[in-house]
Design a protein around this ligand. Structure first.
Ligand code: HH2
Length: 283
């Protein structure tokens, strides 16, 4: 099992040199794209091994779908879905593992089981104990912006200035995290594409990624197969959104993304490698 400081140091070393790829592993029956595919330990492990072989830097393990309209999953069920898979991957590989949760107890148990990162779509606002759990473990926190909750977030989201509001809210989350004892270098930010945002909001946030980068934290972007891509393409379903996703990745790299969260690791690794060569030069 790879220790947290070792893994975080490895990630820190790569930051700024190339774009990191986080592969999504949803252990849910109902995620909007990969729901139901990896609900047994065997299938989840095979998928993890495949994403590692394809060049993922991080695996993001999720036991609760946060798609628009979704209901929270009870803690016991989230633990039942995620812990055995985290333990099994951590015992076989030293890949960086992230737990995608908003519950501090799920995060605490996942970090004990071998995870290194807590990816919290609420920016650590849904559970007041989350900051202390991350601080105590010395883990990395990914703080995402959401307006509302997954259940309600897509009911007419409005902003005066979406770029400013997302940036200011994330800056507050990062400040609160540091007050709880999480060091600045253990914090990444994420604009939360599709989380309480219209198509126009998502496009503006991506186009203005440099404004978010200006806060001085690494930035993760998650566009993979999301509905705004389907909307641009005339209503295409998630299975038909790979090419659109790759277009967003290339531009996210150009606009300063440090890491991208994707379902399609092989394709994303190739896309960001070419984008990196264009933006950062050949390594
Ligand atoms: N998007 C999803 C889930 N977690 N975490 C971060 N940091 N950024 C994201 O953009 C993000 C995220 C939604 O995608 P997915 O996990 O595929 O869907 P579901 O919530 O239905 O499981």
């Amino acid at each position: 099992m790879a220790a947290i400081p070792e893994v975080l140091q490895r990630l820190r070393h790569a930051l700024g040199k190339r774009t990191l790829v986080m592969g999504v592993l949803n252990l849910t029956p109902d995620s909007f794209y990969d729901g139901g595919r990896y609900t047994t330990l065997e299938r989840a492990l095979a998928r993890a091994e495949q994403m590692i072989a394809e060049g993922a830097d991080i695996l993001d393990i999720g036991g609760e779908s946060t798609r628009p309209g979704s209901e929270p999953v009870p803690m016991d069920e989230e633990l039942r879905r995620t812990l055995p898979v985290i333990e099994a991957i951590a015992s076989r590989s030293d890949i960086a593992l992230s737990i995608d949760t908003t519950k501090s107890e799920v995060a605490r148990r996942a970090l004990q089981a071998g995870a290194h990162i807590v990816n919290d779509i609420s920016g650590m606002t849904f559970d007041p104990h989350m900051p202390e759990v991350v601080a105590e473990a010395g883990a990395l926190a990914i703080l995402m912006h959401i307006k509302g909750t997954p259940k309600t977030m897509q009911q007419n989201p409005t902003y005066d200035d979406v770029v400013r509001e997302v940036r200011d809210t994330l800056a507050q989350h990062a400040e609160r995290a540091q007050q709880a004892g999480i060091p600045k270098e253990h914090i990444w930010l994420d604009p939360g594409i599709g989380f309480g945002k219209t198509l126009a909001h998502n496009l503006q946030l991506l186009r203005h990624l440099p404004d978010l980068k200006a806060l001085g934290y690494p930035v993760l972007v998650g566009t993979s197969r999301k509905s705004f891509i389907g909307l641009i393409l005339g209503g295409l379903p998630p299975e038909e959104r790979l090419e659109g996703t790759l277009a967003t990745l290339a531009l996210a790299v150009a606009w300063g993304a440090d890491a991208v969260r994707v379902h399609d690791v092989k394709e994303a690794v190739r896309a960001v490698k070419v984008a990196d060569a264009l933006v950062r030069g050949l390594s």
